[in-house]
Design a protein around this ligand. Sequence first.
Ligand SMILES: [Zn+2]
Length: 105
Amino acid sequence: MDPLLPKKEGICDNCGHQLVIREDDTEKVISSRMKEYEAKTKPLLEIFEKMGVLINCEAKKGVKDYPELKRIVEEKLAQNLWSYKILILYLFTFIEQTENEGILS
Ligand SMILES: [Zn+2]
């Protein structure tokens, strides 16, 4: 996966401001997020798998994988199955959360 590094070290590509390290960017916080994933997200994956709606994709290019993921999701959505609509809702909630946590931005 390509690292999401700025073009100029320590400077934001979008606005030119100096980049800062978040206070919560610590091993302890990341470890707690991983535990939260195990407790809250992983059980959902098992449920979706049993429903037959789990789509597994290898995302090796990071954000650049998004168009391909979007294409796959739209293809499934076109089949108009209610279960896929739930899955997509889940995915977008996840993306929203990830963006709020500043991982993608
Ligand atoms: Zn910026």
